[in-house]
Design a protein around this ligand. Structure first.
Ligand SMILES: Nc1nc2c(ncn2[C@@H]2O[C@H](COP(=O)(O)O[C@H]3[C@@H](O)[C@H](n4cnc5c(=O)[nH]c(N)nc54)O[C@@H]3COP(=O)(O)O)[C@@H](O)[C@H]2O)c(=O)[nH]1
Length: 518
C-alpha cells in the first residue's frame, strides 16, 4: 500500500517547491533582465556615438568648406560687397554662427558684425602646421555664451555651440573633438567631456572602467567620446529589470503549480488504481501467439485493462504509476487471478497451451513471488509450465538478483521471456548469462520490414544469435502478411504475435479463435 503522509508533511515540501521555483525564476529573470539591459545599453551607445560622429564630421566639413570660400571671395577685404557675400554664405550653412575676416592677428569684419574696429585675436588652443587655428571655447561678443571657432588664412568661422543639443541623452555625456589634418591630438570642441580626461582612450575603443562605460570612435575630421555611469543606467533600467524579475518569479511560481498539479493528478491516479485493485476492477484481454511456420496458436499474452468509470486508462500510463507507487505487485497478482478465473478450464483442457503475463522488476526480485504464483496455480490445478513470464530488459538491471530469480522461476517450470527485446541495453551475450527461455523481438523492428530501413538488417543477426544461444524467438507487432512471410522465410522456429494474427480480445473470443485454428 502507498504510504499516506499526514497533510502537514505533504504541504511543507510543496510550499518549499513553490518558494524555490519563485526564487529561481526571479533570479533567472533578474539575470536575463540585466543581460537585456546591458545589450540594449551597448546598442544605444553604439548608435548614439555613430550619430554624433556623423554630425561632427558634417560640422567640421562645413567649417572647412566655408573657410576655403571666405579666403577666396574675390572682393576687396572687408568691403561692403564682401560682407554681403559672407552673409549670403552664412545663410546657406547649417551649423555656423558667423564667418569672419582676419588680418595680421586681428579681427576686422564678419557676416554678423559687419565692419568692425580691428581687435586682436586670442591665443588659440591649437595651431597646426598648415595654419589652422582652433579655439575650443571662445566667449561670443553677441551673447553670453561661448562657441568653438576655427580659423585658417584670413578667415575664421564660429561654430554653432548648440549643434549637438538635439542629440543629448540625460544618461550619457559626450565630447566632440576636432582633429585637423597634421594635429597630434584632437581638441574637445563640444559636449561636457573635455579632451585628455580619464576614459577618453582615443582614438578608438569601448569598455568599462569602474563605474563608467565608454565608447570612443574617430572619423575623418572628428572623434567622439561617449560615457555613462553604470549606476545611472541601472537606475534608469530599474523598472524594466524589476518587471523581468517579477515575470521570472511569476513563471517560476506557475511552473511550481503545474508540477504540483501534475503530481497531484499522478498521485490521484495512484489512489484511483489502489481503489480499482481493492474492488477487483482490473480486467484482462488476450492476444494469441502463433507458430509462424505451422500457423497454429501455441500461447497467448495476457494484457491488463483498466476502465475507470467511462475512462479507459492505458497500461502505458498506469503501469509506471503502479511501479512508482508500490502497487505493481498487486497489479501482477490481480492479472494472474483474472487469468485463472478466465482460463482455468481452457488450460486444463489443453495442457500444452500457455498464457504469458507481464511481470515487473519488483515482482522478479521478490522472494515471495514464486511461491505466490505456485500457490495460486496449485489451487487452480494449472501447471507452472502453462504460465509464462515476460520481463523487460530494464527489470534485469540488477543482474545478480535477476539471475537468481530467473533460475528459481524456471526451476518451478515457468518459461521466461525478455520482452521488447532490442529497445534496452542488453546484448544477446548478456541474455546468455541471464539464462532465459526466449526473447520477444520488439515491434519497432517488425514495423521496419518492407520499408528498406537499415534497422531491418540487424533482425537476421538477432535471430542467428538467439538460435546459437538456444533461445526461443517471438516476434511482436506482426501486422501484415509481408512481415509474417519475412520471418517465415528465415527457416527457423519463430512464434509471432500481432494484429495480423489477432488483436487483444476477451478470454472467450481468444478461446474461440484458438479452437478455430486447431
Ligand atoms: N507489468 C505489466 N505490464 C503490462 C500488462 N499489460 C500490458 N502491459 C504493458 O503495457 C504496455 C502497453 O500494452 P498494451 O497497450 O496492452 O499494448 C500491447 C498490445 O496491444 C500491443 N500490440 C500487440 N500487437 C500489436 C501490433 O501488431 N501492432 C501494434 N502497434 N501494437 C501491438 O503491444 C503491447 C504488447 O506489448 P508487449 O507486452 O511488449 O508484448 C506494454 O509494454 C505491455 O507490456 C500487465 O499486466 N503488467
Amino acid at each position: 500500500m502507498p504510504v499516506i503522509r499526514p497533510y502537514k508533511w505533504q504541504i511543507v515540501p510543496q510550499v518549499a517547491l513553490v518558494i524555490a521555483l519563485i526564487i529561481l525564476g526571479s533570479l533567472a529573470g533578474s539575470w536575463i533582465g540585466r543581460l537585456v539591459i546591458i545589450r540594449s545599453d551597448r546598442g544605444h551607445m553604439l548608435s548614439l556615438s555613430n550619430q554624433l560622429l556623423k554630425r561632427a564630421d558634417f560640422v567640421f566639413a562645413e567649417a572647412d568648406t566655408i573657410l576655403s570660400k571666405a579666403n577666396a571671395t574675390g572682393f576687396p577685404f572687408c568691403s561692403a560687397s564682401e560682407i554681403d557675400y559672407l552673409r549670403d554664405t552664412l545663410f546657406d550653412t547649417k551649423y555656423l554662427k558667423d564667418i569672419g575676416r582676419v588680418q595680421d592677428g586681428a579681427f576686422h569684419c564678419s557676416a554678423v558684425f559687419g565692419s568692425a574696429k580691428p581687435s586682436p585675436l586670442a591665443k588659440p588652443d591649437l595651431a597646426t602646421n598648415d595654419g589652422t587655428l582652433v579655439y575650443a571655447n571662445t566667449p561670443l561678443a553677441i551673447s553670453n555664451t561661448t562657441a568653438p571657432i576655427i580659423g585658417r588664412g584670413n578667415a575664421n568661422v564660429v561654430l554653432d555651440p548648440t549643434a549637438f543639443d538635439a542629440m543629448t541623452d540625460p544618461n550619457y555625456s559626450f565630447g566632440i573633438l576636432f582633429k585637423p589634418p597634421g594635429a597630434q591630438n584632437p581638441v574637445a570642441m563640444f559636449g561636457g567631456l573635455e579632451a585628455g580626461k580619464r576614459h577618453e582612450k582615443l582614438p578608438e575603443g569601448a569598455g568599462r572602467d569602474g563605474d563608467i562605460v565608454f565608447r570612443n570612435l574617430c572619423g575623418e575630421r572628428a572623434c567622439v567620446s561617449l560615457q555613462a555611469h553604470v549606476t545611472d543606467l541601472e537606475e534608469d533600467a530599474f523598472p524594466i529589470e524589476a518587471s523581468i524579475t517579477g515575470l521570472g518569479g511569476t513563471l517560476g511560481g506557475a511552473l511550481a503549480l503545474i508540477i504540483l498539479l501534475l503530481q497531484r493528478k499522478r498521485l490521484s491516479l495512484g489512489a484511483r488504481l489502489a481503489q480499482a485493485l481493492d474492488k477487483r476492477r482490473l480486467t484482462v484481454v488476450y492476444q494469441p501467439i502463433f507458430d509462424i511456420g505451422t500457423n497454429t496458436p501455441r500461447s497467448a499474452e495476457a494484457l491488463v485493462r483498466w476502465v475507470d468509470g467511462k475512462e479507459a486508462i492505458p497500461p502505458d500510463i498506469f503501469i509506471p504509476v503502479a511501479e512508482d507507487e508500490g502497487l505493481i505487485k498487486r497489479v501482477t497478482l490481480s492479472v494472474l487471478d483474472r487469468v485463472l478465473a478466465d482460463m482455468t478450464a481452457f488450460l486444463q483442457a489443453d495442457r500444452t497451451f500457455r498464457i504469458n503475463i507481464n511481470i515487473s522488476a519488483a515482482d522478479l526480485i521478490d522472494p515471495a513471488f514464486a511461491s505466490a504464483l505456485e500457490q495460486r496455480l496449485r489451487q487452480a490445478n494449472v501447471r507452472s509450465e502453462q504460465l509464462g513470464l515476460e520481463i523487460t530488459e530494464r527489470s534485469t538491471a540488477n543482474a545478480a538478483a535477476a539471475v537468481d530469480a530467473i533460475r528459481t522461476l524456471r526451476a518451478r517450470g515457468h518459461r521466461i521471456y525478455i520482452d521488447d527485446f532490442g529497445t534496452g541495453y542488453s546484448s544477446l551475450a548478456y541474455l546468455g548469462n541471464l539464462n532465459v527461455d526466449g526473447i520477444k523481438i520488439d515491434k519497432s523492428f517488425t514495423q521496419t520490414i518492407g520499408t528498406g530501413s537499415v534497422t531491418v538488417s540487424i533482425v537476421p543477426q538477432i535471430v542467428d544469435m538467439a538460435r546459437v544461444l538456444n533461445l526461443g524467438i517471438v516476434v511482436e507487432g506482426i501486422e501484415t502478411a509481408t512481415q509474417r512471410d519475412y520471418f517465415a522465410g528465415l527457416q527457423t522456429p519463430i512464434d509471432g504475435q500481432g494484429w495480423f494474427y489477432g488483436k487483444p480480445v476477451s478470454a472467450a473470443a481468444m478461446q474461440e479463435l484458438v479452437q478455430e485454428k486447431f
